[in-house]
Structure formats: structure tokens, C-alpha cells
Design a binder for this molecule. Structure first.
Ligand SMILES: *Cc1c(COP(=O)(O)O)cnc(C)c1O
Length: 425
């Protein structure tokens, strides 16, 4: 198979694809016990505003070792609640990297703040603390640090940068990084506020949902009020007091997570550790396989970081190939591999160009990375066969576009990574 693969015609050019059905880049997993947990709550007295939400919050807080967890109805709402809690408003600047989902920056704008885009480290695509230092002004209110792909940013370095400015809050957009750690410290405890998403492509899902963790009970209280229209007491507390009185003390939203969703979240949380371990095993297989394809470079992992691998992102050295990323993307898709690109730099989007006058040139490292990154399929239910298909298809496509064979690598009788380690499930 190795020899045929080496000369195999790309599906893009009319050849046979590596696999017939598209392998998605990510997908959720729902087991029978998840369904049963949801059904139990559906038959209970509380579909929303009930006790399962608090139970889920307590379990989530325990899972990440944080004193407080506040559940909301999306990761975006989690980021918005964080911006509200720390008091971001008009005139405030919030530093954020552009290599992220737009919600990281949108949440700043929802509160009337100004996003200040800061460049990333070329090897990890995490926010570069030295560059953060250059972006601070007297208006800086906070930093949104994105735990890109699933490993934590260097929060110790960020705190050193902010040593003279204790009023500046650090918010982690940890939507990729549930289950990750820095040394022995879990993501969820590393920043003042830590925002998670429970979208189906993430580690644990409630359909839509989000959580913010914090060690600060006052910030947690503000976020609980914010998710419920800015009302001081919730429906259940009023019932317990036999009173109709409530007050809107701030402008809040309906960002409540339901009890139905919380039941699913509770059930899913029990599987977090196994799912993260599976993602790490898949990543190890990829890293071993791509060691023999020099054009394909997995992103670096920070020393001491335990990566939760929401995404497996590689950087393709297109300077050594006779094609560009767009063609590689199309070729891999045609081979049946559902590659993706995370992300278009946020400041490239028309809204950000129009509203703030941003555009190319603002963050050159992120912009150059954007031209070369590909997200390969990564989800716990991938089979050994799925993983092998990704490696084989990547090898096939790179081989086809290799400008010239790099010297000394000789001929392979097997595609890179061989048939994949057989012990790998
Ligand atoms: C998923 C995600 C979000 C938003 O989460 P939703 O639950 O979809 O609102 C925010 N930031 C990052 C980095 C994400 O990956």
C-alpha cells in the first residue's frame, strides 16, 4: 500500500479517495446514561431554574478545582458575563489575541469596550506575554487570554507583565481547554475568570451552554445576577420567601442554562477525564506519524502544560510545497478528511474592519500562521482506522505537492507513520 500511495493520484485529480465518507474534524458523544439523565429531569418539576443547575455548577467547580462555577447558556454568554462582572464599559480597552473564535472579542464589544488585538507566539499560537506588555495603556481594563487548541497560556508570565497594574483582570477564554493543566494547576483556576463552552464540538456538551469559574464570590454573584436579567433574587428564592418583590439592579440578560441541559452536563462531566486521555493518545499518534513528514509541523506544547487537545492544529510549511493551504484543504477534503481552519484572524472580519478600522498588518505572526494552519480531525470516538486515514491522506497530499524530494530522506515503502501503531486503539 505504501508504494501505491506514493504514486497514488489525488482524489482532487480524479483518483480514488483515502476514504469514501467525510471524517468530521470534531463530533460529540452521547451515551445511553446521558439520555437517561436528561429523561429523569424532563419528568421532574423543574425544567429550568431548578436544583440541577446548582448541582451541575458544584460538579463543574469540583472538576476544575475552582471555588465557584456559574452556568450560562453558551460560551459566548460566559465571556459576556465575565466582561460584565469585571466592569468593562465604554472607553475601556481589553487586550485579546486575534487567533480565536470571534466570540472572545465580541464579548468585549457587547459591553462597549474596545478590543486591542495582540500578536501570538509563532510556535504555540498562544498570546505572547511580551507583546501584551506593549499593548497596555492607562485604559487597559483586562486581558482575554485564549487557551488556543486546548493548552493553557502562560498565566504566570502574564501576571509578571501586569505586576505593576493589579487592577487589570485576566480572563481566560478556556473554551478549548477543559481538562487541561499547567503543571498541577487545572485550567479553570489560572485566571481571575475562566470561561468554558459546552457546545457539541467541545470536550463536554449540553447542546449549547457555558460556565465561568472563579475564586471570587463577589464576581460569581454578579454573574448570577447578570444571567438572570440583573435581578437580585431568583424565582426559587422568591418562592421560598413567599414574596413577589424583586429588583432589577443592573441590565442583565436571560443567559440561564436549563435543568435539562444541566442534567446532560452532569452526566457528560463524568466522562471528561477519559475523553481528554483519549484525545491525548490520538495527538501522540499524530505527532509520531508527522515526525516523518517535515512539511507538517504540529504546534508546540508549552513546557509543563498538559494539553486537552480540543483541536489538533498543524502548520504546513507551504514554502516547501508547490501549492497553497487552500489547495491542501480542498485536496484533503476530497480524500475524505474533514479538515478545518481555526481561525481567520478576528480583525480580518468586515465588522471589525468597519467598526474599528482594523485590517491586515496588525498582528503579523497570527496572520502568517493563518496562511499555513490546518485543523485535523480530533474527537474521542475516532477509531484507529480513522486516525490512520488522516495520516495516510496527509502523506498522500503532501507527497503529491512536494516541490522536490528533500535530500537524504530516501524512499519509504510505507506512508509516514506506517500503518499506525497497532497497539493504538
Ligand atoms: C466555542 C468557543 C467560544 C464560544 O462558545 P459558544 O458556546 O459556541 O458560544 C468562544 N471562544 C472560543 C475560543 C471557542 O472555541
Amino acid at each position: 500500500m505504501g508504494d501505491t500511495l506514493k504514486t497514488a493520484q489525488l482524489a482532487l485529480h480524479g483518483g480514488a479517495p483515502v476514504r469514501a465518507e467525510l471524517l468530521p474534524y470534531g463530533r460529540h458523544e452521547i451515551d445511553d446514561d446521558d439520555v437517561a439523565a436528561v429523561a429523569r429531569v424532563l419528568r421532574s418539576d423543574w425544567l429550568t431554574g431548578g436544583p440541577t443547575v446548582a448541582e451541575f455548577e458544584a460538579a463543574f467547580a469540583r472538576a476544575v478545582g475552582a471555588p465557584e462555577a456559574v452556568a450560562v447558556n453558551s460560551g459566548t454568554a460566559a465571556l459576556h458575563a465575565a466582561m460584565f462582572a469585571i466592569g468593562v464599559g465604554p472607553g475601556d480597552e481589553v487586550v485579546v489575541p486575534p487567533m480565536t473564535f470571534a466570540a472572545s472579542a465580541n464579548a468585549i464589544v457587547y459591553q462597549g469596550g474596545t478590543p486591542v488585538f495582540v500578536d501570538v507566539d509563532a510556535r504555540t499560537l498562544l498570546v505572547d506575554p511580551a507583546k501584551v506588555a506593549e499593548r497596555l495603556t492607562e485604559r487597559t481594563k483586562a486581558i482575554v487570554a485564549v487557551d488556543y487548541a486546548g493548552q493553557p497560556c502562560d498565566y504566570d508570565a502574564l501576571r509578571r507583565v501586569l505586576a505593576g497594574r493589579p487592577e487589570i483582570k485576566i480572563v481566560a477564554d478556556a473554551c478549548h481547554a477543559l481538562g487541561a493543566r499547567d503543571g498541577s494547576r487545572p485550567v479553570g483556576t489560572l485566571a481571575d475568570l475562566n470561561a468554558f463552552s459546552l457546545h457539541p464540538v467541545k470536550h463536554v456538551t449540553t447542546g449549547e451552554g457555558g460556565v465561568v469559574t472563579t475564586a471570587d464570590p463577589a464576581l460569581a454573584a454578579r454573574m448570577r445576577m447578570f444571567r438572570n436579567h440583573g435581578i437580585t433574587v431568583d424565582h426559587r428564592q422568591r418562592g421560598a420567601r413567599s414574596s413577589w418583590i424583586y429588583e432589577i439592579v443592573e441590565l442583565g440578560y436571560n443567559y440561564r442554562l436549563t435543568d435539562v441541559q444541566s442534567a446532560l452536563g452532569l452526566s457528560q462531566l463524568g466522562k471528561l477525564a477519559a475523553r481528554v486521555a483519549r484525545r491525548q493518545a490520538i495527538a501522540e499518534t499524530y505527532i509520531r506519524a508527522f515526525a516523518s513528514i517535515p512539511e507538517v509541523q504540529p504546534l508546540a506544547v508549552r513546557p509543563g502544560a498538559t494539553h486537552a487537545y480540543h483541536l489538533f492544529v498543524v502548520r504546513v510549511d507551504t514554502t516547501r510545497l508547490s501549492t497553497d493551504r487552500a489547495t491542501l484543504f480542498a485536496a484533503l477534503r476530497r480524500e475524505g478528511i474533514g479538515v478545518n481552519v481555526h481561525y481567520i484572524p478576528v480583525h480580518f472580519h468586515p465588522f471589525y474592519r468597519r467598526r474599528f478600522g482594523f485590517g491586515p498588518g496588525l498582528c503579523p505572526i497570527a496572520e502568517a500562521a493563518y496562511e499555513q494552519i490546518l485543523t485535523l480531525p480530533m474527537f474521542p470516538a475516532m477509531t484507529a482506522r480513522d486516525i490512520r486515514d488522516v495520516v495516510d491522506a496527509t502523506a498522500k497530499v503532501i507527497e503529491a505537492f512536494r516541490s522536490e524530494p528533500p535530500g537524504g530522506r530516501g524512499h519509504r515503502s510505507e506512508p509516514p507513520g506506517g500503518r499506525g501503531p497497532r497497539s493504538e486503539q
